[in-house]
Design a protein around this ligand. Structure first.
Ligand code: DAK
Length: 260
């Protein structure tokens, strides 16, 4: 399917998704967010994608935030609807049956940082900058910036980032655990795609169940979280893939997973 603001390339079981409004630093307008939701719906319905890499077109930005030009002058009802749309986007990425790696190639500000936070984890180029500058505009993060950021980096850094609005470098983002790796820009996409391919090569039912446990248990107490994990473990062990994985190990051959 063709989209105006998103490029999608299927590389075997890995989908490369590129935000494509480089002249506006890939700012997230309604059209882009709606198209991104459609992209995820299509990939989920297709059933063959095992992992995805999400990046930005051009060399300046992953996404410089929600589209300020579009938001300017809107009333509270429109803004609440826009926030709901952004939250749907984050939830769709977070709960898709395959993981997404955000490959942050430049500015990831405001909604751009929030979008990256919806991904399973973040790889960043050395030039990348992260921030939640909404308070500079008299706004607050509206796409999960407060809520996901605090879970990723802890309350102290979430407070500093959201309350000052100041951006931080990729090196600082690495130090506080906002991103997992910082690499030269020329190596960013190749590295993220390689990681995505490694995930795609693993048992799909296992990857799906593991990320479900990691997501669903993050706000549970340890007893309930462990119970959830035990149930998921039992369910996954009933899959053909888990039998194939263990048999392949015993027979000293690569496993052939079918996602069943
Ligand atoms: N929206 C729209 N256009 C943007 C943009 C944005 N966020 N960021 C950049 N652009 C556009 C610029 O206007 C410019 O367009 P032209 O003038 O060429 O037509 C073009 O991209 C290139 O930008 P610059 O000329 O400014 O480039 P520089 O290298 O000089 O500066 C910059 C790069 C990233 C430092 C600067 O562009 C900048 O400060 N951009 C804004 C960053 C920002 O404040 N981001 C947060 C946006 S607010 C909510 C829902 C959602 C949200 C909040 C509430 N509710 C519903 C309650 C989320 C809010 C945000 O994300």
């Amino acid at each position: 399917m063709a989209y105006d603001t998103i490029l999608v390339e299927q590389k075997g079981a890995v989908a490369l998704i590129t935000l494509n409004r480089p002249k506006a630093l890939n700012a997230l307008n309604r059209q882009l967010i709606t198209e991104l939701l459609s992209v995820y719906d299509a990939l989920i319905a297709g059933g063959t994608t095992r992992s995805a890499v999400l990046t930005g077109a051009g060399d300046k930005a992953f996404a410089a935030g929600a589209d300020i030009t579009e938001m300017n002058g809107q009333g509270p009802a429109d803004m609440a609807a826009f926030s709901a749309l952004g939250h749907r986007m984050g939830a769709r990425i977070e709960t898709a049956p395959f993981p997404t790696i955000a490959a942050v190639n430049g500015f990831a500000l405001g909604g751009g940082c929030e979008l990256a936070l919806s991904a399973d984890f973040i790889h960043a180029a050395e030039e990348a900058k992260f921030g939640q500058p909404e308070v500079n505009l008299g706004l607050i993060p509206g796409f999960g910036g407060c809520t996901r950021l605090v879970r990723r980096v802890g309350v102290a850094w979430a407070r500093e980032l959201v309350e000052t609005g100041d951006p931080i470098s990729a090196a600082e983002a690495l130090r506080i655990g906002l991103c997992n790796r910082v690499v030269p820009r020329a190596q960013l996409l190749e590295g993220a795609l390689k990681t995505a391919q490694r995930i795609a090569d693993r048992g799909p039912c296992a990857v799906r169940a593991a990320r479900d446990v990691l997501l669903q248990t993050q706000d549970l107490d340890l007893v309930r979280a462990n119970a959830f994990e035990m149930t998921a473990f039992g369910l996954v062990s009933a899959s053909a893939d888990s039998q194939e994985g263990m048999t392949a190990f015993v027979e000293k051959r690569p496993a052939k997973f079918q996602g069943k």
